[in-house]
Design a protein around this ligand. Structure first.
Ligand code: ISJ
Length: 114
């Protein structure tokens, strides 16, 4: 990836150059977005397995201790990677809320009491 932050504007750039550079950077953004979607799809496949296991053994849909450990771990990883840890926490909480919702639905349809 080119260091696009190094020069804000090269005076010799034509509009066509700028357009090409923008397109190149956007291709990488598109690749990353695709990877994020694929990884989220895989994560939800695994969390669905957890949901069925919990429903089968009458375990509650949410596990706050596990969530706290995950959040602490991801906040540390975010800090190391120069990503805002508050954003990482918000993002994980958003995903976890959806997972818990899925687990509640699984418990309902499989007739688990929890
Ligand atoms: C996937 C699980 O269920 C819930 C969802 C979690 C997650 O998405 O990381 C973590 C804890 C649980 O509240 C689990 O218990 O492992």
């Amino acid at each position: 990836m080119v260091d696009e932050g190094a020069t804000i504007r090269n005076v010799f750039d034509t509009d066509a150059d700028v357009h090409t550079r923008l397109e190149n950077i956007r291709q990488s953004i598109d690749n990353i977005d695709a990877a994020v979607i694929h990884m989220l799809a895989e994560r939800f496949k695994f969390t669905q397995h957890v949901g069925y296991l919990k429903a089968q053994f009458g375990l509650p849909p949410a596990d706050p201790d596990r969530e706290a450990r995950q959040i602490a771990r991801l906040r540390a990883l975010a800090e190391e990677s120069h990503l805002d840890p508050a954003f990482a926490e918000k993002f994980l909480n958003f995903i976890i809320a959806e997972v818990i919702h899925h687990h509640e639905r699984i418990a309902e349809v499989t007739g688990s009491s929890e």
